[in-house]
Design a binder for this molecule. Structure first.
Ligand code: C2E
Ligand code: MG
Ligand code: MG
Ligand code: MG
Length: 273
């Protein structure tokens, strides 16, 4: 410890900690460059209904790093959240998603579907969130019903009334909402009832674990009771798909049916012909 290192010596960090701190600030600096340097890109993963008809897709952020290649959000979203950089990044994601979805407006299939965008707690808690979201939609001339915002349960840990109010305002304009990774956070069932939700997304950990069958059944039943759509995430095998279908699941997303892909590839693969 610092104390044991002796008087007169200021040693706050051990070398491993020092390195971690340095790496963190280097990553933060590179993230800042990425925002200005157009290094972010959106991928889209298809979503399907019970008949396996395409219903839309989820926009997933990727960082095209000059040296490291394609970096997934798990490697930088947490730092973006703690450093505040999630605000400009999240704003870009919303604007880009609206622009790209709007550009598909004349496609007979893609032009009718709904696309989801992940929103961090900080974004939703920000006072300008409603305004910024509506501005992104208007800027792209996109009807608000074409976008679904995915929120996590942790959003409801603070400022619940404020969050519910914002959600109702956006819903009033036509924006849809779903709860992502449902079942992994702590949701008050009482709040859930008060949210203007379209869907619950069953977290992939439950979908992929045979021991979690009962949890999957309860979430599907809850969705039915609350009149919400239920989407299973992370469907990787036919056995998982069959099991979910047997339980009455109405929608699916996962590698079995389609991986996240660049938007141009998504367009090529799923557009109307
Ligand atoms: P999420 O919103 O729950 O997204 C689903 C994640 O599961 C995605 O990982 C997707 O690629 C992955 N996935 C989809 N199907 C399968 C499957 O069959 N098997 C497995 N093993 N994985 C599957 P990804 O793209 O790495 O994103 C991770 C998380 O990062 C997302 O989880 C979301 O919470 C966050 N994220 C992604 N894009 C954004 C963004 O634009 N803004 C914010 N705030 N968060 C984002
Ligand atoms: Mg999501
Ligand atoms: Mg999820
Ligand atoms: Mg997740």
């Amino acid at each position: 410890s610092a104390k044991a290192a002796g008087r007169g010596m200021l040693r706050f960090f051990d070398p491993a900690m020092q390195r971690a701190v340095e790496e963190r600030s280097a990553l933060e600096a590179r993230l800042r460059d990425a925002i200005g340097g157009k290094q972010f890109t959106l991928y889209c993963q298809p979503q399907f209904d019970a008949d396996l008809t395409l219903t839309g897709g989820e926009m997933l952020l990727r960082w095209q790093h000059p040296e490291r290649g394609l970096v997934g959000p798990g490697d930088f979203i947490p730092l973006a959240e703690t450093s505040g950089l999630i605000m400009p990044i999240g704003a870009w994601v919303l604007e880009e998603a609206c622009r790209r979805v709007a550009a598909w407006r004349d496609d007979p299939i893609l032009g009718r579907l709904c696309y989801s965008v992940n929103i961090s707690a900080q974004q939703l808690h920000h006072p300008d969130f409603v305004q910024q979201t509506l501005a992104a939609l208007q800027g792209a001339d996109l009807p608000p019903g074409r976008i679904c915002l995915e929120l996590t349960e942790s959003l409801l840990a603070q400022n619940v009334e404020d969050v519910i109010g914002k959600m109702h305002t956006l819903r009033h304009h036509g924006v849809c909402f779903s709860i992502d990774d449902f079942g992994t956070g702590y949701s008050s069932l009482n709040y859930l009832r008060r949210l203007p939700l379209y869907a619950l997304k069953i977290d992939q950990s439950f979908v992929q674990d045979e021991q979690s069958e009962a949890i999957v059944e309860v979430i599907i039943a809850l969705g039915k009771k609350l009149d919400l759509h239920v989407i299973a995430e992370g469907v990787e095998t036919q056995a998982q798909l069959d099991g979910l279908a047997g339980k009455g699941c109405q929608a699916y997303q996962g590698y079995l049916l389609g991986k996240p892909m660049p938007l141009a590839a998504f367009h090529d693969k799923y557009r109307g012909r």
